[in-house]
Design a protein around this ligand. Sequence first.
Ligand code: SF4
Length: 278
Amino acid sequence: MSNNKTILAIEEKPLIARRLAVVPTTNCTLNCRLCGDFLFTGGGVERRDIPFEDVCRDIDACFDLFDHVEWLQFVGGEVYIYSDFAKLIRYVEKYNNRFNKLVIETNATIAPNADEQAAMLAYGEKLFVFISNYGDNSYEREMFIKFLSENNIGYSLKKYHGKDQYYNGWIDNTIPRDLKEPGDVLEVNSKNCPQNRIKNMHVYDGKLHRCSNSCFMLEMGLFLPKERDFVNLRDNLISREEKREILNEFYDYARQSCRYCKQKYMAVLPRFPAAEQM
Ligand code: SF4
């Protein structure tokens, strides 16, 4: 009897996603030289839209796996370039009681159209918008801020132009190569990686990764993934329990991408002006 109780307790432990970032598109309005997602010309990641139905399928799969999501995020590329973005914002309303905040990240090069504005307003105070403020490149920033302010939608402006840039600007992680860290060193460094510590997750084209670098370095074809590098959301041969088991240990071990990625040293790496256009 007590054994049964123990098993039940383990099975019922809720699985919470702290930050679940969904990427509906890698298309972007800008062409940043140091783009962390390798979306600059020649960066190795193809710019493309993920079909609306596929994005919805991946979101459904995530909400099947997670009991709760703290922040459900839409990130790009640039999300307002995605023609089905209003539909997507409306689609996740069905999970409204399963997440705490809907977060949108944008470069403010495009202001939301009327349909997107209406979809956003349905979330009231639950919506939060992170604007990367690239100065003159964020052409629609003022219009965007006016809309958010007038409707009491929370937002933050990360200053990425001129002096005193957010985090002193960007690091250069653009030419990934094998850093040849010994296995145990790699494991420790990867565990301490800031991206790992914030417990982010990245969903792109059917795959759930723990960070954007794992996602996009794989997209670049830099390496073959090792087992458990990501959860294949569209593979029905892997059971829900097996996927949840992987997710329970998601932040415990290094990915193939960690071998190539300098993000784990970001605290000591030189900084460069953000969003310089090619
Ligand atoms: S080192 Fe890079 S790939 Fe590894 S967890 Fe950090 S950001 Fe992700």
